[in-house]
Design a protein around this ligand. Structure first.
Ligand code: FRU
Ligand code: FRU
Ligand code: FRU
Length: 495
Protein backbone atom coordinates (compact mmCIF):
# COMPACT_ATOMS: atom_id res chain seq x y z
CA UNK A 1 0.00 0.00 0.00
CA UNK A 2 1.32 3.43 -0.87
CA UNK A 3 2.75 5.71 1.77
CA UNK A 4 0.22 8.42 2.59
CA UNK A 5 1.09 12.06 3.07
CA UNK A 6 -0.54 13.87 5.98
CA UNK A 7 -4.16 14.76 5.23
CA UNK A 8 -7.77 14.07 6.14
CA UNK A 9 -9.12 10.57 6.74
CA UNK A 10 -11.64 9.24 4.18
CA UNK A 11 -15.35 9.08 4.99
CA UNK A 12 -16.72 5.88 6.53
CA UNK A 13 -18.73 3.94 3.90
CA UNK A 14 -20.49 0.66 4.80
CA UNK A 15 -21.04 -0.85 1.27
CA UNK A 16 -24.57 -1.62 2.53
CA UNK A 17 -27.14 -2.22 -0.24
CA UNK A 18 -30.41 -0.32 -0.48
CA UNK A 19 -33.40 -0.94 -2.69
CA UNK A 20 -32.78 0.43 -6.19
CA UNK A 21 -35.88 2.63 -5.69
CA UNK A 22 -34.72 4.12 -2.41
CA UNK A 23 -33.44 7.67 -2.33
CA UNK A 24 -30.09 6.84 -0.80
CA UNK A 25 -27.30 8.39 -2.90
CA UNK A 26 -23.73 7.41 -2.05
CA UNK A 27 -21.31 10.29 -1.82
CA UNK A 28 -17.81 10.44 -3.21
CA UNK A 29 -16.79 13.05 -0.69
CA UNK A 30 -14.04 15.65 -0.64
CA UNK A 31 -12.50 13.71 2.27
CA UNK A 32 -12.42 10.62 0.01
CA UNK A 33 -11.09 12.39 -3.08
CA UNK A 34 -8.37 14.14 -1.06
CA UNK A 35 -6.81 10.68 -0.51
CA UNK A 36 -5.63 10.93 -4.14
CA UNK A 37 -3.28 13.77 -3.28
CA UNK A 38 -2.21 11.96 -0.10
CA UNK A 39 -0.83 9.15 -2.32
CA UNK A 40 1.14 11.55 -4.50
CA UNK A 41 4.87 11.94 -3.87
CA UNK A 42 5.51 15.61 -3.04
CA UNK A 43 9.19 15.22 -4.04
CA UNK A 44 8.50 13.94 -7.59
CA UNK A 45 10.31 16.29 -9.95
CA UNK A 46 9.42 17.81 -13.29
CA UNK A 47 8.00 15.26 -15.79
CA UNK A 48 8.05 12.40 -13.26
CA UNK A 49 5.01 10.40 -12.21
CA UNK A 50 4.07 11.28 -8.64
CA UNK A 51 1.48 8.51 -8.26
CA UNK A 52 1.78 4.90 -7.04
CA UNK A 53 2.58 2.39 -9.80
CA UNK A 54 -0.25 0.05 -8.77
CA UNK A 55 -2.81 2.68 -9.82
CA UNK A 56 -0.94 4.11 -12.82
CA UNK A 57 -1.56 3.10 -16.42
CA UNK A 58 1.70 1.95 -18.04
CA UNK A 59 3.22 4.63 -20.31
CA UNK A 60 2.11 4.40 -23.93
CA UNK A 61 4.84 4.87 -26.54
CA UNK A 62 4.49 7.86 -28.85
CA UNK A 63 4.93 5.80 -32.06
CA UNK A 64 1.46 4.26 -31.86
CA UNK A 65 -0.21 2.67 -34.91
CA UNK A 66 -3.57 3.95 -36.18
CA UNK A 67 -6.46 1.47 -36.10
CA UNK A 68 -8.51 3.12 -38.87
CA UNK A 69 -5.62 3.44 -41.34
CA UNK A 70 -6.15 7.20 -41.12
CA UNK A 71 -9.76 7.09 -42.25
CA UNK A 72 -11.32 8.66 -39.13
CA UNK A 73 -10.53 10.01 -35.68
CA UNK A 74 -11.60 7.39 -33.13
CA UNK A 75 -12.32 7.95 -29.44
CA UNK A 76 -14.95 6.49 -27.04
CA UNK A 77 -15.55 2.85 -28.03
CA UNK A 78 -17.74 0.05 -26.75
CA UNK A 79 -18.28 -3.66 -27.50
CA UNK A 80 -21.41 -5.67 -28.23
CA UNK A 81 -22.58 -6.98 -24.86
CA UNK A 82 -25.31 -8.91 -23.07
CA UNK A 83 -27.08 -8.05 -19.81
CA UNK A 84 -24.02 -9.20 -17.82
CA UNK A 85 -21.48 -7.19 -19.86
CA UNK A 86 -20.11 -10.27 -21.63
CA UNK A 87 -18.60 -9.30 -24.99
CA UNK A 88 -19.76 -11.07 -28.14
CA UNK A 89 -18.48 -11.93 -31.52
CA UNK A 90 -21.10 -12.77 -34.14
CA UNK A 91 -20.40 -15.58 -36.62
CA UNK A 92 -16.71 -15.22 -35.91
CA UNK A 93 -16.55 -11.42 -36.18
CA UNK A 94 -15.73 -9.16 -33.24
CA UNK A 95 -17.63 -5.87 -33.49
CA UNK A 96 -17.12 -2.56 -31.73
CA UNK A 97 -18.84 0.80 -31.91
CA UNK A 98 -16.78 4.00 -31.74
CA UNK A 99 -17.30 7.71 -31.83
CA UNK A 100 -15.63 8.86 -35.04
CA UNK A 101 -15.02 12.15 -36.84
CA UNK A 102 -13.45 13.44 -40.02
CA UNK A 103 -9.65 13.64 -39.81
CA UNK A 104 -9.71 17.05 -41.47
CA UNK A 105 -11.08 18.43 -38.20
CA UNK A 106 -8.75 19.33 -35.36
CA UNK A 107 -8.97 16.55 -32.79
CA UNK A 108 -10.36 18.96 -30.17
CA UNK A 109 -13.18 20.04 -32.49
CA UNK A 110 -14.52 16.49 -32.69
CA UNK A 111 -17.26 16.64 -30.06
CA UNK A 112 -19.77 18.64 -32.12
CA UNK A 113 -19.18 16.43 -35.17
CA UNK A 114 -19.17 13.00 -33.45
CA UNK A 115 -20.95 10.12 -35.18
CA UNK A 116 -21.16 6.47 -34.19
CA UNK A 117 -19.13 4.24 -36.51
CA UNK A 118 -18.24 0.58 -36.25
CA UNK A 119 -15.30 -1.75 -36.76
CA UNK A 120 -15.00 -5.52 -37.09
CA UNK A 121 -12.24 -8.13 -37.15
CA UNK A 122 -12.02 -11.92 -37.00
CA UNK A 123 -12.53 -13.32 -33.51
CA UNK A 124 -10.35 -15.70 -31.59
CA UNK A 125 -6.89 -14.51 -32.65
CA UNK A 126 -4.40 -13.80 -29.86
CA UNK A 127 -3.29 -10.16 -29.72
CA UNK A 128 0.32 -11.02 -30.58
CA UNK A 129 -0.78 -12.69 -33.85
CA UNK A 130 -2.86 -9.77 -35.10
CA UNK A 131 -1.66 -6.83 -37.18
CA UNK A 132 0.01 -4.32 -34.88
CA UNK A 133 -2.88 -1.83 -35.11
CA UNK A 134 -5.40 -4.41 -33.88
CA UNK A 135 -6.47 -5.64 -37.31
CA UNK A 136 -9.85 -3.90 -37.45
CA UNK A 137 -11.76 -3.05 -40.61
CA UNK A 138 -13.67 0.22 -40.48
CA UNK A 139 -17.28 -0.53 -41.45
CA UNK A 140 -18.55 3.05 -41.74
CA UNK A 141 -21.27 4.99 -39.92
CA UNK A 142 -24.19 3.26 -38.20
CA UNK A 143 -26.83 5.88 -39.04
CA UNK A 144 -27.81 7.46 -42.32
CA UNK A 145 -27.64 11.26 -42.37
CA UNK A 146 -30.60 12.87 -40.59
CA UNK A 147 -31.92 9.87 -38.65
CA UNK A 148 -30.66 10.91 -35.22
CA UNK A 149 -31.83 14.52 -35.64
CA UNK A 150 -35.49 13.63 -35.95
CA UNK A 151 -36.20 13.42 -32.21
CA UNK A 152 -35.57 17.12 -31.61
CA UNK A 153 -38.67 19.33 -31.60
CA UNK A 154 -36.49 22.35 -32.43
CA UNK A 155 -35.04 21.49 -35.83
CA UNK A 156 -32.95 24.68 -36.03
CA UNK A 157 -29.85 22.97 -34.64
CA UNK A 158 -26.45 23.90 -36.07
CA UNK A 159 -24.70 20.64 -35.13
CA UNK A 160 -26.33 17.30 -34.45
CA UNK A 161 -24.10 14.68 -32.92
CA UNK A 162 -24.11 11.17 -31.53
CA UNK A 163 -22.28 10.65 -28.27
CA UNK A 164 -21.40 7.60 -26.23
CA UNK A 165 -23.52 4.71 -25.16
CA UNK A 166 -23.57 0.94 -25.16
CA UNK A 167 -24.84 -1.86 -27.41
CA UNK A 168 -26.82 -4.94 -26.35
CA UNK A 169 -27.29 -8.08 -28.44
CA UNK A 170 -30.52 -10.11 -28.30
CA UNK A 171 -31.72 -13.35 -29.91
CA UNK A 172 -32.07 -13.21 -33.68
CA UNK A 173 -29.16 -10.78 -34.00
CA UNK A 174 -31.20 -7.85 -32.77
CA UNK A 175 -29.10 -5.00 -31.47
CA UNK A 176 -30.34 -2.30 -29.17
CA UNK A 177 -27.96 0.64 -29.51
CA UNK A 178 -28.25 2.99 -26.54
CA UNK A 179 -26.53 6.31 -27.11
CA UNK A 180 -26.58 10.03 -26.40
CA UNK A 181 -28.41 12.08 -29.02
CA UNK A 182 -27.30 15.70 -28.97
CA UNK A 183 -28.37 18.92 -30.73
CA UNK A 184 -26.29 22.10 -30.55
CA UNK A 185 -27.77 25.50 -31.32
CA UNK A 186 -24.83 27.72 -32.23
CA UNK A 187 -24.42 30.64 -34.58
CA UNK A 188 -23.44 29.87 -38.16
CA UNK A 189 -19.68 29.96 -37.76
CA UNK A 190 -19.83 27.38 -35.00
CA UNK A 191 -19.38 30.01 -32.32
CA UNK A 192 -21.20 30.45 -29.02
CA UNK A 193 -24.50 28.81 -28.17
CA UNK A 194 -27.66 30.62 -29.28
CA UNK A 195 -29.44 28.43 -26.81
CA UNK A 196 -28.10 25.57 -24.66
CA UNK A 197 -27.43 22.21 -26.19
CA UNK A 198 -30.01 19.44 -25.83
CA UNK A 199 -28.68 16.05 -24.73
CA UNK A 200 -30.93 12.98 -24.51
CA UNK A 201 -30.57 9.30 -23.74
CA UNK A 202 -31.82 7.46 -26.81
CA UNK A 203 -32.29 4.02 -28.36
CA UNK A 204 -32.18 2.73 -31.91
CA UNK A 205 -32.82 -0.90 -32.84
CA UNK A 206 -31.19 -2.77 -35.72
CA UNK A 207 -29.94 -6.18 -36.77
CA UNK A 208 -26.43 -7.45 -37.30
CA UNK A 209 -25.43 -9.52 -40.32
CA UNK A 210 -22.00 -11.07 -40.07
CA UNK A 211 -20.10 -13.63 -42.09
CA UNK A 212 -16.47 -14.25 -42.95
CA UNK A 213 -16.54 -11.40 -45.48
CA UNK A 214 -17.63 -8.74 -43.04
CA UNK A 215 -20.34 -7.13 -40.96
CA UNK A 216 -23.25 -4.91 -41.85
CA UNK A 217 -26.36 -3.68 -40.11
CA UNK A 218 -29.98 -3.21 -41.10
CA UNK A 219 -32.48 -1.12 -39.20
CA UNK A 220 -31.11 1.77 -37.15
CA UNK A 221 -33.45 4.02 -39.16
CA UNK A 222 -35.50 5.28 -36.22
CA UNK A 223 -34.56 6.72 -32.84
CA UNK A 224 -36.61 6.63 -29.65
CA UNK A 225 -35.88 9.32 -27.08
CA UNK A 226 -35.78 7.56 -23.70
CA UNK A 227 -34.93 10.16 -21.09
CA UNK A 228 -34.40 13.90 -20.81
CA UNK A 229 -32.92 15.45 -17.67
CA UNK A 230 -35.70 16.12 -15.17
CA UNK A 231 -34.36 18.92 -12.95
CA UNK A 232 -35.24 16.94 -9.82
CA UNK A 233 -32.52 14.30 -9.80
CA UNK A 234 -30.62 15.31 -12.92
CA UNK A 235 -29.61 18.84 -13.80
CA UNK A 236 -31.23 20.43 -16.86
CA UNK A 237 -30.03 22.97 -19.41
CA UNK A 238 -32.23 25.55 -17.66
CA UNK A 239 -30.33 24.94 -14.41
CA UNK A 240 -26.95 24.91 -16.14
CA UNK A 241 -26.34 25.41 -19.87
CA UNK A 242 -23.19 23.29 -19.48
CA UNK A 243 -25.03 20.35 -17.89
CA UNK A 244 -23.80 16.81 -18.46
CA UNK A 245 -26.40 14.16 -19.26
CA UNK A 246 -25.15 11.26 -21.36
CA UNK A 247 -23.51 7.85 -21.77
CA UNK A 248 -26.24 5.23 -21.08
CA UNK A 249 -25.07 1.73 -20.04
CA UNK A 250 -27.71 -0.97 -19.46
CA UNK A 251 -27.47 -4.18 -17.45
CA UNK A 252 -29.42 -6.64 -15.33
CA UNK A 253 -29.01 -7.22 -11.62
CA UNK A 254 -29.18 -10.83 -10.37
CA UNK A 255 -30.75 -9.47 -7.16
CA UNK A 256 -33.71 -8.11 -9.17
CA UNK A 257 -34.46 -10.64 -11.90
CA UNK A 258 -36.52 -9.43 -14.84
CA UNK A 259 -35.56 -5.78 -14.45
CA UNK A 260 -33.25 -3.84 -16.76
CA UNK A 261 -31.36 -0.89 -15.34
CA UNK A 262 -29.29 1.86 -16.84
CA UNK A 263 -26.52 3.99 -15.38
CA UNK A 264 -25.54 7.28 -17.03
CA UNK A 265 -23.62 10.51 -16.45
CA UNK A 266 -25.54 13.38 -14.83
CA UNK A 267 -25.11 16.39 -12.62
CA UNK A 268 -26.83 17.05 -9.30
CA UNK A 269 -30.00 18.99 -10.05
CA UNK A 270 -29.07 22.35 -8.54
CA UNK A 271 -29.06 25.72 -10.27
CA UNK A 272 -25.50 26.52 -11.35
CA UNK A 273 -25.65 30.02 -9.84
CA UNK A 274 -26.92 28.97 -6.41
CA UNK A 275 -25.53 25.42 -5.98
CA UNK A 276 -24.12 24.65 -2.53
CA UNK A 277 -22.49 21.62 -0.97
CA UNK A 278 -23.19 20.39 2.55
CA UNK A 279 -21.33 18.62 5.33
CA UNK A 280 -22.18 15.19 3.88
CA UNK A 281 -20.62 16.17 0.55
CA UNK A 282 -17.44 17.08 2.45
CA UNK A 283 -17.60 13.88 4.53
CA UNK A 284 -14.98 14.68 7.16
CA UNK A 285 -14.81 12.63 10.32
CA UNK A 286 -15.52 14.42 13.59
CA UNK A 287 -12.50 16.33 14.79
CA UNK A 288 -10.40 15.72 11.65
CA UNK A 289 -7.70 18.41 11.87
CA UNK A 290 -7.53 18.56 8.06
CA UNK A 291 -11.26 19.18 7.62
CA UNK A 292 -12.55 22.17 5.65
CA UNK A 293 -15.72 24.01 6.63
CA UNK A 294 -18.83 24.05 4.46
CA UNK A 295 -18.54 27.83 4.25
CA UNK A 296 -14.94 27.65 2.98
CA UNK A 297 -15.78 25.07 0.35
CA UNK A 298 -18.87 26.89 -0.90
CA UNK A 299 -16.88 30.16 -1.14
CA UNK A 300 -14.12 28.46 -3.16
CA UNK A 301 -16.13 27.90 -6.35
CA UNK A 302 -16.22 24.13 -5.75
CA UNK A 303 -20.05 23.99 -6.16
CA UNK A 304 -19.58 24.47 -9.93
CA UNK A 305 -18.49 20.83 -9.97
CA UNK A 306 -21.42 18.58 -9.05
CA UNK A 307 -21.24 15.37 -11.09
CA UNK A 308 -23.44 12.39 -10.41
CA UNK A 309 -24.12 8.89 -11.70
CA UNK A 310 -27.76 8.35 -12.55
CA UNK A 311 -29.93 5.25 -12.39
CA UNK A 312 -33.01 4.45 -14.48
CA UNK A 313 -35.20 1.39 -14.83
CA UNK A 314 -36.99 0.08 -17.92
CA UNK A 315 -40.75 -0.08 -17.57
CA UNK A 316 -41.40 -2.26 -20.63
CA UNK A 317 -39.79 -5.36 -22.12
CA UNK A 318 -38.83 -3.57 -25.36
CA UNK A 319 -36.65 -1.20 -23.28
CA UNK A 320 -38.26 1.79 -25.02
CA UNK A 321 -39.79 3.22 -21.82
CA UNK A 322 -37.78 4.16 -18.78
CA UNK A 323 -38.21 5.87 -15.44
CA UNK A 324 -35.64 7.79 -13.46
CA UNK A 325 -34.54 6.59 -10.06
CA UNK A 326 -32.46 8.80 -7.75
CA UNK A 327 -28.72 8.98 -8.53
CA UNK A 328 -26.58 6.19 -7.08
CA UNK A 329 -23.52 8.41 -6.59
CA UNK A 330 -22.87 12.11 -6.30
CA UNK A 331 -19.54 13.91 -6.48
CA UNK A 332 -20.69 17.32 -5.27
CA UNK A 333 -17.77 19.72 -4.87
CA UNK A 334 -15.48 16.89 -6.07
CA UNK A 335 -15.75 16.70 -9.87
CA UNK A 336 -18.14 17.85 -12.59
CA UNK A 337 -17.87 14.83 -14.87
CA UNK A 338 -18.48 11.22 -13.93
CA UNK A 339 -18.51 9.93 -17.51
CA UNK A 340 -19.30 6.59 -19.14
CA UNK A 341 -20.38 4.90 -15.87
CA UNK A 342 -20.69 1.13 -15.88
CA UNK A 343 -21.61 -1.62 -13.41
CA UNK A 344 -19.16 -4.51 -13.15
CA UNK A 345 -19.98 -7.55 -11.05
CA UNK A 346 -17.42 -9.82 -9.42
CA UNK A 347 -17.50 -12.18 -6.42
CA UNK A 348 -20.98 -10.96 -5.40
CA UNK A 349 -19.81 -7.34 -5.29
CA UNK A 350 -20.99 -4.47 -7.46
CA UNK A 351 -18.35 -2.17 -8.86
CA UNK A 352 -19.33 1.20 -10.24
CA UNK A 353 -16.60 2.44 -12.59
CA UNK A 354 -16.59 5.91 -14.15
CA UNK A 355 -14.03 8.13 -15.86
CA UNK A 356 -13.10 11.66 -14.87
CA UNK A 357 -10.81 14.31 -16.29
CA UNK A 358 -7.95 15.91 -14.35
CA UNK A 359 -9.40 19.31 -15.34
CA UNK A 360 -12.98 18.77 -14.11
CA UNK A 361 -12.09 18.50 -10.41
CA UNK A 362 -13.43 21.10 -8.02
CA UNK A 363 -11.26 23.73 -6.36
CA UNK A 364 -9.01 22.08 -3.78
CA UNK A 365 -9.21 18.58 -5.34
CA UNK A 366 -6.84 17.06 -7.87
CA UNK A 367 -6.34 13.72 -9.57
CA UNK A 368 -5.25 12.08 -12.79
CA UNK A 369 -7.26 11.49 -15.97
CA UNK A 370 -8.58 7.98 -15.64
CA UNK A 371 -10.88 5.42 -14.08
CA UNK A 372 -12.47 5.77 -10.67
CA UNK A 373 -14.15 2.86 -8.88
CA UNK A 374 -16.61 2.29 -6.05
CA UNK A 375 -17.62 -1.03 -4.47
CA UNK A 376 -20.84 -2.02 -2.71
CA UNK A 377 -23.23 -4.87 -2.02
CA UNK A 378 -25.87 -3.77 -4.55
CA UNK A 379 -26.40 -1.45 -7.48
CA UNK A 380 -27.49 1.14 -4.94
CA UNK A 381 -25.12 0.99 -2.00
CA UNK A 382 -23.17 3.10 0.37
CA UNK A 383 -20.40 2.72 -2.19
CA UNK A 384 -16.88 2.66 -0.82
CA UNK A 385 -14.35 4.43 -3.04
CA UNK A 386 -11.69 1.87 -3.98
CA UNK A 387 -8.00 2.01 -3.06
CA UNK A 388 -7.38 3.67 0.30
CA UNK A 389 -10.88 5.16 0.14
CA UNK A 390 -9.79 7.49 -2.67
CA UNK A 391 -11.73 6.18 -5.69
CA UNK A 392 -8.62 6.10 -7.91
CA UNK A 393 -8.35 2.85 -9.88
CA UNK A 394 -6.28 3.68 -12.95
CA UNK A 395 -4.79 7.09 -13.64
CA UNK A 396 -2.56 8.23 -16.45
CA UNK A 397 1.01 8.85 -15.33
CA UNK A 398 0.84 12.35 -13.86
CA UNK A 399 2.55 14.73 -11.53
CA UNK A 400 0.13 16.27 -9.06
CA UNK A 401 2.77 18.79 -7.96
CA UNK A 402 2.20 20.66 -11.24
CA UNK A 403 -0.72 21.99 -13.25
CA UNK A 404 -2.30 19.44 -15.58
CA UNK A 405 -2.17 21.66 -18.67
CA UNK A 406 -4.38 20.49 -21.53
CA UNK A 407 -4.18 17.89 -24.29
CA UNK A 408 -3.47 20.62 -26.86
CA UNK A 409 -0.99 22.47 -24.60
CA UNK A 410 0.70 20.15 -22.09
CA UNK A 411 2.20 21.84 -19.04
CA UNK A 412 5.99 22.11 -19.28
CA UNK A 413 6.48 20.08 -16.09
CA UNK A 414 3.91 17.39 -16.78
CA UNK A 415 4.69 13.75 -17.38
CA UNK A 416 4.41 12.92 -21.12
CA UNK A 417 1.63 10.49 -20.21
CA UNK A 418 -0.61 13.01 -18.41
CA UNK A 419 -3.16 12.97 -21.27
CA UNK A 420 -2.03 9.74 -22.90
CA UNK A 421 -5.45 8.12 -22.88
CA UNK A 422 -9.03 8.60 -21.76
CA UNK A 423 -12.52 7.12 -21.88
CA UNK A 424 -11.44 3.88 -20.31
CA UNK A 425 -13.95 1.03 -20.33
CA UNK A 426 -13.52 -1.95 -18.00
CA UNK A 427 -14.10 -5.29 -19.74
CA UNK A 428 -14.46 -8.88 -18.47
CA UNK A 429 -11.47 -10.15 -16.44
CA UNK A 430 -10.36 -6.60 -15.64
CA UNK A 431 -9.16 -5.70 -19.15
CA UNK A 432 -9.38 -1.96 -19.85
CA UNK A 433 -9.51 -0.24 -23.23
CA UNK A 434 -9.24 3.51 -23.85
CA UNK A 435 -8.39 5.98 -26.62
CA UNK A 436 -5.15 7.91 -27.11
CA UNK A 437 -5.52 11.67 -26.60
CA UNK A 438 -2.04 13.29 -26.38
CA UNK A 439 1.34 11.68 -25.80
CA UNK A 440 4.45 13.69 -25.12
CA UNK A 441 5.84 16.81 -23.56
CA UNK A 442 5.06 20.47 -24.18
CA UNK A 443 7.64 20.74 -26.98
CA UNK A 444 7.08 17.31 -28.52
CA UNK A 445 3.60 15.82 -28.39
CA UNK A 446 1.46 13.78 -30.74
CA UNK A 447 -2.33 13.66 -30.79
CA UNK A 448 -4.09 10.29 -30.85
CA UNK A 449 -7.53 9.53 -32.23
CA UNK A 450 -7.05 5.77 -32.12
CA UNK A 451 -7.37 3.16 -29.39
CA UNK A 452 -4.63 2.67 -26.82
CA UNK A 453 -3.08 -0.64 -25.81
CA UNK A 454 -5.44 -2.64 -23.63
CA UNK A 455 -4.21 -3.12 -20.09
CA UNK A 456 -5.43 -5.23 -17.16
CA UNK A 457 -6.17 -4.62 -13.53
CA UNK A 458 -6.53 -7.21 -10.81
CA UNK A 459 -9.59 -6.46 -8.66
CA UNK A 460 -9.68 -7.73 -5.11
CA UNK A 461 -12.42 -6.46 -2.78
CA UNK A 462 -11.99 -2.72 -2.35
CA UNK A 463 -8.53 -2.77 -3.93
CA UNK A 464 -7.11 -3.03 -7.42
CA UNK A 465 -3.64 -3.09 -8.93
CA UNK A 466 -2.31 -2.80 -12.46
CA UNK A 467 -1.24 -6.23 -13.76
CA UNK A 468 2.26 -5.54 -15.10
CA UNK A 469 2.60 -9.19 -16.16
CA UNK A 470 -0.20 -8.75 -18.72
CA UNK A 471 0.31 -8.01 -22.36
CA UNK A 472 2.37 -8.38 -25.48
CA UNK A 473 4.19 -5.05 -25.55
CA UNK A 474 5.95 -5.28 -22.18
CA UNK A 475 5.36 -3.51 -18.86
CA UNK A 476 1.66 -4.35 -18.74
CA UNK A 477 0.76 -3.09 -22.21
CA UNK A 478 -1.46 -5.42 -24.25
CA UNK A 479 -2.35 -5.23 -27.91
CA UNK A 480 -3.27 -1.91 -29.54
CA UNK A 481 -7.04 -1.52 -29.88
CA UNK A 482 -7.54 -4.99 -28.41
CA UNK A 483 -11.22 -5.47 -27.52
CA UNK A 484 -11.65 -9.24 -27.47
CA UNK A 485 -14.99 -11.04 -27.26
CA UNK A 486 -15.32 -13.59 -24.49
CA UNK A 487 -18.39 -15.28 -26.07
CA UNK A 488 -19.54 -16.06 -29.61
CA UNK A 489 -23.05 -16.24 -31.04
CA UNK A 490 -24.02 -18.48 -33.93
CA UNK A 491 -25.37 -17.83 -37.39
CA UNK A 492 -28.88 -17.17 -36.17
CA UNK A 493 -27.50 -14.62 -33.80
CA UNK A 494 -28.82 -16.69 -30.90
CA UNK A 495 -27.33 -15.57 -27.63
C1 FRU B 1 -36.86 -3.68 -4.77
C2 FRU B 1 -36.17 -4.70 -3.89
C3 FRU B 1 -36.72 -4.67 -2.51
C4 FRU B 1 -35.54 -5.13 -1.71
C5 FRU B 1 -34.39 -4.52 -2.42
C6 FRU B 1 -33.13 -5.34 -2.30
O1 FRU B 1 -36.35 -3.69 -6.08
O2 FRU B 1 -36.27 -5.99 -4.44
O3 FRU B 1 -37.84 -5.50 -2.36
O4 FRU B 1 -35.63 -4.63 -0.41
O5 FRU B 1 -34.78 -4.34 -3.77
O6 FRU B 1 -32.06 -4.81 -3.05
C1 FRU C 1 -15.58 19.77 -24.44
C2 FRU C 1 -16.52 18.91 -23.66
C3 FRU C 1 -15.79 18.22 -22.52
C4 FRU C 1 -16.50 16.90 -22.45
C5 FRU C 1 -16.80 16.66 -23.90
C6 FRU C 1 -18.01 15.87 -24.14
O1 FRU C 1 -16.20 20.26 -25.61
O2 FRU C 1 -17.64 19.60 -23.15
O3 FRU C 1 -15.85 18.90 -21.31
O4 FRU C 1 -15.70 15.93 -21.90
O5 FRU C 1 -16.94 17.89 -24.52
O6 FRU C 1 -19.09 16.51 -23.56
C1 FRU D 1 -15.90 10.96 -22.96
C2 FRU D 1 -16.99 11.83 -23.51
C3 FRU D 1 -18.34 11.22 -23.27
C4 FRU D 1 -19.16 11.77 -24.38
C5 FRU D 1 -18.18 11.84 -25.53
C6 FRU D 1 -18.40 12.99 -26.44
O1 FRU D 1 -14.72 11.03 -23.69
O2 FRU D 1 -16.91 13.13 -22.98
O3 FRU D 1 -18.85 11.54 -22.00
O4 FRU D 1 -20.25 10.93 -24.66
O5 FRU D 1 -16.89 11.92 -24.94
O6 FRU D 1 -17.39 13.12 -27.38
Amino acid sequence: EPYLQPGPEPTFHTQEAFSPESNFTAKWTRADARQIKRMSDPTAGSRQNSMPAEYTMPSIPQNFPDMSNEQVWVWDSWPLTDEDANQYSVNGQEIIFSLVADRNLGFDDRHVYAKIGYFYRPAGIPADQRPENGGWTYGGLVFDEGVTGEIFEDQSYSHQTQWSGSARIFPGGEIKLFFTDVAFYRDEDGGPDIKPYDSRLALSVGHVHANKHGVRFTGFNKVTSLLEADGTYYQTAEQNPYYNFRDPFTFEDPAHPGETYMVFEGNSAMDRTTAQCDADDLGYRDGDPYAETVTQVNASGAPFQIGNVGLARATNDELTEWEFLPPILSANCVTDQTERPQIYQQDGKYYLFTISHSTTYAAGITGPEGVYGFVGNGIRSDYQPMNQGSGLVLGNPTNLNYWPGSPFAPDYNQHPGQFQSYSHYVMPDGLIQSFIDTIGTKEDFRRGGTLAPTIRIEINGASSTVDYSYGVNGYGLGGWADIPANLNVNSGGQV
